[in-house]
Design a protein around this ligand. Structure first.
Ligand SMILES: [Zn+2]
Length: 162
């Protein structure tokens, strides 16, 4: 066994080195928790085989595995959020073999898109007329449209109160 053949482990990026990406990742992790609660939070990693180049940061699963391209520098929080959501989508969909996140109205994978300056999850909509593309939720706010199922929810139906 030659130890040098073992692939090096990706390194965790220290919190605070990239504040815009930290903030963006926290929002994307809220969406992940709302939609795939069994998945542990994503994190930012640096892959050591690229250490000779400028630091290349990836959005990785909790085990450090990532897919797709490294993040590029962002000027604004909104740009960072769209970029991190895009990278998170690539990693989650490729490594977990599932469309993510999914619009529960149309059962379609959504995409991060800047809509009037607000980073949002965009759905292409249905194929029928009158069912156009739409924004499902702002990135970081999918919990507002993925409410937990509450089977004991009481109905107000004009019954006599006790
Ligand atoms: Zn939709």
């Amino acid at each position: 066994m030659c130890p040098s053949l073992r692939p090096p482990e990706p390194r965790q990026v220290p919190v605070g080195r990239y504040p815009l990406w930290d903030e963006a990742l926290a929002a994307v992790n809220r969406d992940l928790a709302a939609t795939v609660p069994e998945q542990r939070p994503l994190r930012l990693t640096v892959h050591p085989e690229r250490a000779d180049l400028d630091e290349q940061v990836y959005v990785a699963l909790s085990d450090g595995e990532a897919h797709g391209n490294p993040l590029l520098p962002n000027e604004t929080a909104a740009e960072a959020l769209t970029a991190v959501a895009d990278a998170a989508q690539e990693t989650v969909s490729e490594l977990l073999w599932r469309a993510w996140p999914v619009c529960t109205v149309h059962d379609l994978g959504m995409h991060p898109r800047d809509v009037d300056g607000r980073p949002s999850w965009w759905c292409a909509g249905g194929s029928r007329r009158g069912d156009p593309a739409h924004v499902r939720a702002a990135i970081g706010e999918l919990a507002t449209v993925h409410r937990p199922h509450r089977p004991n929810r009481k109905r107000r139906k004009g019954g006599t109160p006790h």
